[in-house]
Design a protein around this ligand. Structure first.
Ligand SMILES: Cc1cn([C@H]2C[C@H](O)[C@@H](COP(=O)(O)OP(=O)(O)O[C@H]3O[C@@H](C)[C@H](O)[C@@H](O)[C@H]3O)O2)c(=O)[nH]c1=O
Length: 394
């Protein structure tokens, strides 16, 4: 069934059976960094891969140019990226068929003109047409904190506007079984198994013969200089694959810092650095699969590093107003059943504790990540859960 422009939609009063593909409107506001659009794009593609039709409304789609080349030209089957302008062009709204599911990602409020355009014009109150209510999902940020299990799947009544009286539903991604789970494409494990790291490095023009590989995706960690010194002092030479943007700037600043240079150990040549171009999302996954240690940040790359299964260190998105990220980090480490050295490493890496970085204990850290990955693989992933949740709420 074609649902995009020119397509024929089912009669408005007919309930679409659960097995039939649904039309989704996903709204994404880019606050900063790449996680907002990164998660929304991944979700859109994963739903489309399961036969759903997705319209992704985003106010700044610029990151998609490198994250998913072709996305803006409609080259991803089942996903159409639409400009979330303020206001949304009335002609665009008028041309679009009504959808079955609305998703507001990360607490962004769906555009009021979009909601109003879906209201039944013949209704006396001008209120929402209840004959074809879409399932309305508030997709939240990821956290391992215990309250997520209590909040997941709770209703949130809409009090104002043309949709007053309707209900939105909280959907919390999470690590624990009673949450909405984590995004994991159906073909992810197969792709990972078939992956050839050596060929990937060659394609990137990286000659890493005899070197241990670590990837770096971070903000500006206070212990970055200490990490570079630590990597430079390892027995086996290390190559750090530094992602484009803030991580690359932070490393460059660190290395160029005149105060820093004299303090580098004698064996400085034992640390080589490769600066990567912005990778596609798939390419970023492949980077994580190639490395024996991954430094990640934010939200989406953390999940991808868990699927990669190698030891990981998380630079959590800082919330300096109330330090809410401290509890969030501890909850994650608790869920991970992280060994003491990994916990301490995280606290220093995130500037929560002062002091030297503990040594890298990759065998122990890797075992914790592998065990966590196995636990996650036995739980249903996010899209499966979201599809069945939506089926219940329509
Ligand atoms: C480095 C790199 C990343 N990526 C992708 C992977 C992810 O989808 C995305 C990065 O997103 P994250 O890992 O979540 O890190 P981030 O720091 O960019 O995003 C953050 O943004 C804040 C606004 C949110 O509040 C945070 O929770 C978090 O999501 O970029 C690439 O596609 N290519 C690359 O080369």
């Amino acid at each position: 069934m074609l649902r995009f422009s020119g397509g024929v939609r089912l009669g408005h009063n007919r309930r679409v059976p659960d097995s039939e593909p649904l039309l989704w409107d996903i709204f994404c506001r880019v606050i900063d960094n790449h996680g907002d659009i990164g998660v929304c794009w991944r979700l859109s593609c994963d739903l489309a891969a399961r036969g759903q039709q997705v319209r992704l409304w985003v106010d700044d789609a610029s990151a998609l140019r490198w994250m998913a080349p072709g996305a803006l030209h409609g080259e991803t089957s089942g996903v159409r990226v639409l400009p979330w302008t303020q206001p949304i062009a009335p002609a665009l709204l008028a041309a679009l068929p009504a959808s079955d599911v609305w998703v507001e990602a990360f607490g962004c409020e769906i555009a009021p003109e979009f909601i109003a355009s879906r209201a039944c014009s013949s209704s006396a109150r001008g209120s929402f047409d209840l004959k074809i209510p879409p399932a309305w999902i508030n997709l939240e940020y990821l956290s391992a904190e215990p309250w997520v299990e209590r909040m997941h799947a709770l209703p949130s009544p809409v009090l104002h506007g043309p949709a007053a009286g309707r209900t939105k539903w909280f959907f919390y991604p999470g690590f624990a079984p009673r949450t909405g789970g984590l995004l994991r494409e159906q073909d992810l494990c197969a792709r990972q198994q078939a992956f050839d790291g050596a060929a990937w490095l060659q394609a990137q023009g990286i000659d890493a013969d005899g070197e241990r590989l670590a990837s770096l995706f971070c903000y500006e960690p206070p212990a970055l200089g200490a990490l570079l010194r630590q990597l430079g002092a390892r027995e086996t030479p290390t190559r750090l694959l530094v992602t484009a943007g803030r991580a690359a700037h932070a490393v460059t600043r660190c290395i160029e810092d005149e105060k820093f240079l004299p303090r580098l150990p004698d064996k400085r040549e034992k640390l080589s650095i490769s600066y990567l171009p912005p990778l596609t999302q798939r390419g970023y996954d492949e980077l994580l699969w190639t490395c024996e240690l991954n430094f990640v940040r934010g939200e989406d790359s953390l999940v991808r590093a868990l699927w990669a299964g190698a030891p990981l260190v998380w630079h959590i998105y800082p919330q300096p107003e109330d330090d809410a990220h401290h509890a969030k980090l501890e909850a994650f480490l608790q869920w991970l059943d992280a060994p003491a050295s990994l916990r301490r490493f995280h606290r220093v890496w995130n500037g929560i504790e002062l002091g030297p970085l503990p040594p890298l204990e990759l065998t122990e850290w890797g075992a914790a990540v592998q065990a966590a990955r196995q636990r996650l693989l036995s739980q249903p992933e996010l899209s499966t859960q979201l599809l069945s949740f939506v089926a219940q709420k329509r």
